[in-house]
Write a protein that binds this ligand. Structure first.
Ligand code: GSH
Length: 216
């Protein structure tokens, strides 16, 4: 059977280009593995059938001839097992890749999301004035540490891996609020990773769907 992943048929403009099926598309494009996209919408996500595939009613979900999965980080690591384009073959190298995928999702993304959610869903509300500086300080601290690790390296490890892929998708959410721009090494790193042809193909795939299915 072909590899299948789920993606939204359409989302509002602010979310376009940021839906997490992008991570799976990008990994599959890097690996050169063909795939089919199963488009879903709100009612589909609520069905018992979909919940058997993705228990939280979210995208992405993934299946291949061996396994059905959810959670973008786990899916990308699964794809990386099949491709040297995403992880080295030695066990220690693969463990380092897992480390960076988890670091991106567990040590950086929650703080990035805290800030972005305040700006996206609560702009103008009175309590933001007290909360936002604290959220900004938390993500700034993590980005300072990440920037120190990266230093003048092109990637987090010796070459591009699934860790860079997931980290880039987390960092790119911090562009519009101006946060990433204050960390020039990380801003250049994000641009370097997004310049990869596989990223371009993944992004075009997601955006094409929205162009084709947007409100008339
Ligand atoms: N931890 C999950 C998060 C998935 C997620 O947040 N998906 C969003 C789209 S980017 C979604 O489906 N939102 C709709 C909802 O939660 O109802 C993953 O990384 O796969």
């Amino acid at each position: 059977m072909p590899i299948e992943l789920t993606a939204f048929r359409w989302v509002p403009p602010f979310a376009q280009g940021y839906v997490r099926d992008l991570r799976i598309r990008w990994a599959l494009e890097e690996a050169g593995l063909p795939y089919e996209v199963v488009l879903v919408d709100g009612p589909t996500l609520a069905t018992e059938r979909y919940r058997q595939w993705q228990p939280f009613g979210q995208v992405p979900a993934y299946r291949d001839d061996a396994v059905e999965m959810f959670e973008s980080g786990a899916i990308v690591l699964h794809i990386a097992e099949r491709s040297e384009a995403l992880a080295p073959r030695d066990a220690a190298g693969r463990a380092r890749v897992t480390t960076w995928v988890i670091a991106a999702l567990n040590s950086i993304e929650p703080h990035a999301q805290n800030l972005v959610n305040l700006d996206t869903f609560h702009a103008g509300e009175a309590w933001i004035e007290a909360r936002r500086p604290q959220a900004q300080a938390m993500i700034d601290g993590r980005l300072a540490s990440l920037s120190a690790w990266l230093g003048d390296k092109a990637y987090l490890e010796d070459g591009f891996t699934a860790g860079d892929l997931i980290m880039t998708t987390v960092l790119r959410e911090l562009v519009d609020c101006g946060t990433l721009g204050r960390f020039p090494k990380l801003a250049a790193y994000r641009e370097r990773c997004e310049a990869r042809p596989a990223f371009g193909r993944a992004m075009e795939g997601q955006m094409r769907t929205f162009r084709e299915n947007g409100p008339a």
